[in-house]
Design a protein around this ligand. Structure first.
Ligand code: NAD
Length: 358
């Protein structure tokens, strides 16, 4: 069955890793028809906005997108387009598997962690008040707290509804993928009315899945645990900000952001994209690792029901890494982005899979 998929190359390193992923997907299946849509820097030039409505509509229509990273100005400028898409399409679950591959030097072998990040609220709701604004004065009155001079404020909404959706998603994922344990991560000792909700809901949902072990961890302890004994963990479910930070930490555990795929999933649509950003300093140099994007496309194929093609892509990646000839700088090699994509596509087309490589 032919699937029409929206493709957002994005900006920075996005177009390079997208090209590589397209080649690999084409080698694994003929059943994808891409609908290429602008977003990010290219869209600003052509449409005056980093996220034209036509791009959002294309994702809504096709229900599935593969997306390259998009730059967000730091400090000032427009708000994150990535956050905008997730909220606009209610892609409430961010799924980021981190597994180690044989051939990548890492401190702990055999890591297989899954980060499930809430994607719609928390401080990413974008509710901020500028220093010296009327709103900051009103908030000071409401809270009966005198804020320091020149103080900006961010608001962190955490709802029972969104917490329940993400916790249920994590447990359902654990059941479907035969995982043993789900760990809920929070800071409910300090943020009792927000993370407190998340923790309460986590415990209630966990009670409905007695077959899956559950536990909770305070986020600062979680970071230490993950760098010291990551083998003890399996599926992690977290509010938005902790999920964002822990995703990069887990990517580091398995060899870096170049190996970290991801998906943003809602009830109606899904957008697949790497964990990392647009890495502007590497853009246009044909040297960045495209595997994060290639593995994101494997997740996309699986979501589309193309499990054979998805498996071929993952095996192609595993074989390429084990072979060790075409590795980018982050994995200790000097291969070009395009060479990695070409070689994985070749391994898949020729079926050059080693028997014992998963
Ligand atoms: P980044 O994730 O883009 O890059 C951080 C570093 O990680 C890079 O300098 C590079 O050393 C390494 N890295 C990232 N991707 C790699 C890859 N494929 N292969 C090898 N190494 C890789 O983070 P940043 O520099 O903090 O952010 C750059 C921009 O990306 C910012 O504007 C940020 O807002 C945006 N961003 C976008 C997304 C998204 O589109 N979903 C996600 C995160 C950040």
């Amino acid at each position: 069955m032919k699937h029409k998929v929206t493709l957002l190359p994005g900006d920075g390193i996005g177009p390079e890793i997208t090209e590589a992923a397209k080649k690999v997907v084409a080698a694994a299946t003929a059943d994808i028809e891409w609908e290429i849509q602008p977003a990010g820097a290219e869209a600003i030039e052509k449409f005056g906005t980093p996220m034209p409505e036509s791009t959002v509509e294309s994702i809504r229509k096709n229900r599935v997108a593969l997306k390259g990273p998009i730059t967000t100005p730091v400090g000032g400028g427009f708000r994150s387009v990535n956050v905008y898409i997730r909220k606009k399409l209610n892609l409430y679950a961010c799924l980021r598997p981190c597994r180690s591959f044989e051939g990548v030097e890492v401190p702990f072998p055999g890591i297989d962690l899954v980060v499930v990040r809430e994607n719609t609220e928390d401080v990413y709701a974008g509710i901020e008040f500028e220093k010296n604004s009327e709103e900051v004065k009103k908030l000071s009155e409401i809270s009966k707290v005198e804020f320091p001079a020149n103080c900006g404020i961010s608001i962190k909404p955490i709802s029972e509804e969104a917490s329940e959706k993400i916790c249920r998603f994590a447990f359902e994922y654990a059941v479907k993928h035969k995982r043993k344990k789900v760990t809920g991560v929070h800071k409910a000792n300090i943020m009792k009315y927000t993370d407190g909700i998340f923790l309460d809901v986590f415990r209630k949902v966990a009670a409905e899945y007695p077959q899956i072990e559950s536990e909770d961890r305070i986020v600062d302890n979680m970071t230490m645990q993950l760098v010291k004994k990551p083998q003890l963990y399996d599926v992690l479910v977290l509010p938005n900000l902790y999920g964002d930070i822990i995703s990069d930490l887990c990517a580091g555990l398995v060899g870096g952001l170049g190996l970290a795929p991801g998906a943003n999933i809602g009830d109606d649509c899904a957008v697949f994209e790497p964990t990392h950003g647009s890495a502007p300093k590497h853009a246009g140099k044909n040297r960045i690792n495209p595997i994060s994007m290639i593995l994101s496309s494997a997740m996309m194929l699986d979501y589309l029901g193309e499990s054979d093609a998805s498996e071929k892509v993952v095996k192609g990646v595993s074989n390429l890494i084990r072979e060790g000839k075409f590795l980018t700088y982050d994995l200790g090699g000097s291969a070009k982005t395009s060479e990695v994509g070409d070689r994985i596509a070749e391994i898949i087309s020729k079926g050059e899979f080693a028997e014992d490589v998963l």
